[in-house]
Write a protein that binds this ligand. Structure first.
Ligand code: CA
Length: 222
């Protein structure tokens, strides 16, 4: 696995590079956005760790250019606590996940593992599949073998996000932003209710798939 680190805090960038190498990844470092974009456009990386505030070109512009060039490498954004709006913009620009600085290295490694796991398989344009569980767009249902259960529209939307990104932790705020919109007053408790409905429905069709909780962060499918 090859990871690109784009971070202008040299000590942090070098420490991340060392950490990744100790954990069997190969890693390249860029200390500014322009070099970062050049490297990202090669398309050889399995994951990119991208800081937002960078000299030359900021991380969001790097991301926007990459996605315009159809480089779909998973991107983990690094954000400072004060950059809430940047975080939202980042997800809109096509980031896959984000981590707020300062972070613990264990969490960074977990996020990278999740981002580099295999994606759910697209059966056809109306069906997504993960480990035998099929999400059917036409019938707004999930099925496994001959078992089938209907979903509400919101349940379907949540399930679609999870199944499109299996193994990847979806932060609760990202689920809310995507499905209810950032202006909504939906609270974390509401998401938990939908997740618990979905868990019961998945169990009811005996699918070998679980929605797991990443404590304090969000959910992922396994
Ligand atoms: Ca920076």
């Amino acid at each position: 696995m090859k990871i690109l680190i784009v971070e202008d805090e040299i000590q942090l960038a070098d420490a991340l590079c060392e950490l990744l190498k100790r954990n069997t990844y190969s890693a390249d470092v860029c200390y500014n956005g322009i070099d970062g974009l050049d490297n990202a456009l090669t398309g050889v990386y399995d994951c990119i760790i991208l800081d937002i505030m960078l000299p030359g070109m900021n991380g969001l512009d790097v991301l926007r250019h990459m996605r315009n060039e159809k480089i779909n490498t998973p991107v983990l954004l690094l954000t400072a606590r004060s950059e809430v709006n940047d975080k939202i913009n980042g997800l809109d620009c096509g980031a896959d996940d984000y981590l707020t600085k300062p972070f613990v290295t264990g969490e960074l490694l977990a996020r990278i593992r999740a981002l580099t796991r295999r994606k759910g398989e697209i059966v056809d344009e109306n069906r997504l599949q993960f480990n035998g569980l099929v999400l059917n767009k036409n019938t707004c249902s999930i099925s496994c073998g001959n078992n089938d259960v209907k979903l509400s529209l919101k349940e379907y939307n949540v399930m679609e996000m999870l199944i499109a990104n299996p193994g990847q932790i979806l932060p609760k705020e990202r689920i809310i932003e995507k499905i209810w919109g950032s202006e909504s007053d939906v609270e974390y408790n509401n998401i938990e209710v939908y997740i618990s409905f979905l868990r019961k429905k998945i169990a009811s069709i005996s699918a070998d798939v679980q929605i797991k909780t990443a404590r304090g962060i969000g959910y992922f499918m396994e």
